[in-house]
Write a protein that binds this ligand. Structure first.
Ligand code: ZN
Length: 306
């Protein structure tokens, strides 16, 4: 049986908030089966809890933000991507600010944290969303589409008219049956253009952003001394974001995701569309008996999805 997963013990990390520039304490705690991923603002009294679900995503500019009333928890997508990639269903995420720390701008530090805490099976079947009919959303020249598939794979493309991005491959084909999320996707960092960065600073945003947590691009090149982590890091990061944004549904999908120029907003529209279109998917669990094998790569480092 493919089981629901949580972590074995609580674990903590500190890092900078992308927007505030403040030091944020992050605590990940184990949670019971069928809890989902629950974010908690422990700096507020009483503390505010927000369940990760598409309807609770209230802002998607720059980062994905969960909200409840006036309260926000921003920059949740890279942590959500790590949960999806390691197949973690149930976890409590505590922060003492209005955002999750940005760490190095990728999902790798969160993967490391989860693996350090220990990812554990919980003895209850994991429920996948198995797409049975196409589901599509469009906005201008951007689109994202889910079609039926027995596992989970991505065909993701971006189209940035920037010399440093154009020089890299802007399409990613990735199949979770044969490739490792941890190795191939989790380390891809967010990226940004200096001209946008200056505008954001003027609006009091992105105060924590630096070349420690983003790939920075000037007019024509990557400014970070260390260069890129993958030759096509840009499209890999956008795929990382999409995996995290779609995991707001609280369940891994059995589908092919094809997307072009999809960002946080479109990813959220697609997740909301899936929740509405219950005629286009069904629940699926895996017993993994003699006739059934897992559609996901099984390796030491990981679990359903790594
Ligand atoms: Zn991102």
């Amino acid at each position: 049986m493919i089981q629901q997963r949580s972590i074995k013990t609580s674990i903590r990390a500190t890092g900078l908030g992308l927007h505030s520039g403040s030091k944020v304490l992050l605590t990940l705690r184990p949670a019971a089966p069928n809890t989902g991923i629950v974010f908690r603002r422990v700096d507020l009294s009483p503390c505010v809890e927000i369940l990760a679900k598409p309807e609770n995503v209230l802002e998607t500019e720059l980062a994905t933000s969960l909200g409840q009333g006036e309260h926000r928890i921003s920059t949740v997508e890279h942590l959500m991507s790590a949960f999806a990639g390691l197949g973690v269903d149930n976890c409590i995420v505590e922060v003492d600010h209005a955002e999750v720390p940005v760490m190095d701008g990728s999902a790798a530090p969160f993967v490391f944290l989860l693996q350090s805490a220990g990812v554990v099976d919980q003895g209850i079947a994991k429920r996948f969303i198995r797409v049975t009919k196409p589901i599509e959303v469009k906005m201008d020249d951007k689109w994202a589409r889910l079609t039926p598939h027995q596992g989970f794979r991505l065909n993701f493309s971006i189209d940035f008219d920037h010399p440093a991005v154009r020089n890299t491959r802007q399409t990613l084909l990735f199949d979770f049956e044969s490739a490792s999320f941890v190795k191939e996707i989790s380390r891809a960092r967010t990226f940004g253009f200096m001209r946008d960065f200056e505008m954001l600073r003027e609006r009091g945003l992105a105060r924590g952003a630096s070349m420690e947590n983003a790939v920075a691009l000037d007019q024509d090149r990557v400014m970070n001394d260390e260069g890129l982590r993958y030759p096509d890091e840009f499209v890999r990061h956008k795929a990382l974001d999409a995996i995290g944004d779609l995991y707001m549904m609280g369940h891994c999908m059995l589908a092919t995701l094809e997307a072009h120029k999809a960002g946080h907003h479109l990813n959220n529209l697609l997740a909301r569309e899936v929740m509405q279109r219950t005629d286009c998917w069904e629940w699926k669990s895996f017993d993994l008996g003699a006739e059934e094998k897992s559609p996901f790569l099984q390796s030491d480092e990981s679990l359903a999805f790594a």
